[in-house]
Write a protein that binds this ligand. Structure first.
Ligand SMILES: Nc1ncnc2c1ncn2[C@@H]1O[C@H](COP(=O)(O)OP(=O)(O)O)[C@@H](O)[C@H]1O
Ligand SMILES: [Mg+2]
Length: 626
């Protein structure tokens, strides 16, 4: 340990501050927790009644030897009643104890479910910039881990704290009632043992965590060796590979052995504690029995009380470290819950009907990390890019129902432009208007429904193709799903899949090719029939021929809709009503395809290069991957 008490008390303060977050959840399941806690108290009282009854019976037993026979009969009856009472108390205690566990531990599942739902809802609400800063893998593993610790708080930690608290107070009350002096003597070694228990508990927990990680290494190694076994064999490095595996296994074994050692020491220490306090009580109590101040029964009961406190003292070591870890986890979860949702909902009443876009002097600056949240060292700080202007002085108009093409080098701000139009990044009022409504005033659900983005890297869920397509419109009938799939030119691909639209994708299913994924995400947008469709290089992984076919199919569908198409391949935007060339966040060129080619600038140059290459590829019969 070694921290000074100041640090320790600060930690206690911090722990309490974090625990306040749980109050709403505890409150929601208040009556169940109350019943649970009441059962804990009742069970403890019943447990303590056993030594009490036993002590009484022993005293009665002793008396039977030196009383008249008729009195002895009465005493024997009394002892029998005592024994029956003890059995009843034990049975009732066990029953009530089980009830308390079912109540509190079951409750913790309900309550942690609510915490989890709240955190998930918040994660979905958070501005996309959060995800630029924090790796999703980290967010996931941290939250999953933290949730477990929080559940510990809501369940076992709560229960053991109540139980231990009640055990100590009831136990001490019983003992003081029997003999205050003996109580002091018996409890004297406890603080020292509690300290030991905490240290050992921490060592066991840290060791267990390390063992878990080592086991993870071992499984990762097995996975790697099995999937790479052909390479391993062809390079004849089996021995080397086995040696590496052996090393990992040995490390795992060593950690496990050390954990078992700490556990054994902990058990031994606590057994010793019980023995030591028994010894002290006997040493001090024996003369008191001889002098008649204490009865033998009371002394036996006393030793049993002390024994009942040794177990919880051991558990308390674990409970206290779980409490600390739980509070830290709660702190991290709290940071996520407290994060400002930077995209504020608009308060206007506006509606998007035609999809006319009017952008005037759009400027997008990404805040530096200082203004933004990052989880106080608990999450690894992701990519942080300091306050930089990504779009500057961008103005253009897209009349309703027309198509705008956007091209430009990587990093010129094309994706950011689309995200500004879909209100996925925060912008100042007055920069983007749709149908005359300032986008920052429009209610977010309206924007989300009417402005659909098919992103550069389509994300598909582990679900069926059909459900992925109707993700934004879960109620959409199969007819519409088929139409959308048709528009996205995905039907032929689906015929190749084992179960067509019902084929499972992702982790528990098959993986689609890049082009197929893009077309699935396009279908996902098409089914929404939005007023404004934004395609972020959505056809990049689709071959030219299919891309043309998709555009042809989209055109009638989009006849009265507004489309903004970002593209790498200029042939994709050739037929757009107007094309913008972005460079370093500014508009460099703008016009129709013919105008831009005639202009002889960036567009003309790239177009010449691409047509040459495409011509060459056609001649050589090179197919682009779809
Ligand atoms: N959330 C963000 N925070 C900070 N910088 C960003 C963020 N998103 C994009 N950028 C930066 O903005 C610039 C434009 O990016 P982007 O719009 O993705 O370009 P393009 O789509 O044209 O390749 C890049 O330099 C990128 O690093
Ligand atoms: Mg981009």
């Amino acid at each position: 340990m070694g921290e000074c008490s100041g640090a320790a008390s600060y930690r206690l303060h911090a722990v309490l501050a974090q625990l306040r977050r749980l109050l709403p959840y505890l409150h929601r399941y208040g009556w169940r927790y109350t019943v649970g806690a009441t059962c804990v108290i009742a069970a403890v009282a019943l447990r303590f009644s056993i030594p009490f009854l036993l002590g009484d019976s022993i005293d009665s037993l002793r008396e039977t030897t030196d009383v008249a026979p008729e009195d002895a009969g009465r005493l024997r009856e009394q002892i029998l009643v005592g024994a029956l009472l003890m059995i009843a108390a034990a049975a009732a205690g066990a029953f009530i104890r089980t009830t308390s566990r079912l109540m509190i531990l079951g409750n913790s599942r309900l309550a942690v479910h609510d915490v989890r739902t709240d955190v998930f809802a918040q994660l979905l609400r958070l501005a996309p910039s959060f995800y630029v800063r924090h790796r999703t893998g980290h967010i996931m593993s941290r939250t999953v881990n933290d949730m477990q610790n929080v559940q510990g708080l809501l369940g076992p930690v709560f229960m053991y704290l109540v139980e231990t608290g009640v055990l100590y107070s009831v136990g001490i009350a019983f003992m003081v009632a029997a003999d205050p002096m003996l109580t002091l003597v018996g409890l004297a070694p406890f603080p020292f043992f509690l300290y030991l228990a905490r240290r050992l508990a921490r060592r066991v927990q840290e060791g267990s965590r390390a063992a878990q990680e080592k086991l993870g290494d071992v499984s990762a190694k097995v996975d790697e060796s099995l999937s790479g076994q052909r390479v391993i064999r062809s390079l004849v490095v089996e021995d080397f590979d086995r040696q590496r595996f052996d090393e990992l296994c040995l490390e795992y074994r060593a950690t496990m052995v050390s954990v078992a050692g700490s556990r054994a020491i902990l058990t031994a220490t606590m057994t010793f504690l019980a023995a030591l306090s028994t010894f002290l009580v006997l040493a001090v109590g024996a003369p008191a029995v001889s002098s008649g101040a204490v009865t033998v029964g009371q002394l036996v009961a006393f030793i049993l009380y002390l024994g009942m406190l040794a177990g919880p003292t051991r558990t308390l070591g674990f409970v206290l470290s779980s409490l600390q870890r739980g509070a830290a986890a709660l702190g991290r979860i709290g940071e996520i819950l407290d994060m400002p949702v930077t995209i504020a909902d608009g308060h206007g009443e506006g509606e998007i009907r035609d999809g006319e876009i009017d952008v005037s002097r759009l400027r997008v600056e990404f805040a530096s990390s200082k203004d933004e949240i990052f989880l106080s060292g608990s999450l690894e700080e992701g990519e942080v890019r300091g306050g930089r202007v990504v779009l500057e002085d961008v103005s253009f108009r897209v009349p309703a129902g027309t198509t705008l093409g956007v091209v430009g080098p990587v990093g010129s701000g094309k994706s950011t432009l689309l995200r500004a139009l879909a209100r996925q990044v925060e912008i100042d009022p007055g920069m983007v208007r749709i149908d005359g409504n300032d986008i920052t005033e429009l209610p977010l659900p309206e924007v989300r429904r009417q402005v659909a983005v098919a992103p550069q890297d389509a994300f598909l869920f582990s679900d069926t193709v059909a459900n992925n397509v109707r993700f934004g419109e879960p109620e959409a009938p199969m007819e519409q799903v088929r139409d959308a799939v048709e528009v996205a030119q995905l039907s032929a691909d689906l015929d190749q899949l084992p179960a067509g639209l019902e084929t499972m994708l992702g982790e528990r299913g098959i993986n689609l090719s890049g082009g197929q994924r893009q077309r699935t995400s396009l279908a996902r947008c098409a089914i929404l029939r939005p007023r404004v469709l934004l395609l972020d290089d959505t056809l990049s992984a689709v071959d030219t021929h299919t891309a043309d076919a998709i555009l042809a199919r989209l055109r009638p569908l989009m006849a009265d809709r507004t489309t903004v198409v970002v593209a790498h391949r200029l042939s994709t935007v050739r037929d757009a009503d107007r094309i913008l060339v972005l460079d370093e966040g500014r508009i460099r060129e703008s016009g129709t395809h013919d105008e831009l080619v005639a202009l002889g600038g960036y567009y003309a140059e790239v177009y010449a290069q691409q047509s040459q290459r495409e011509g060459l590829e056609r001649e050589l019969g090179v197919e682009e991957a779809s």
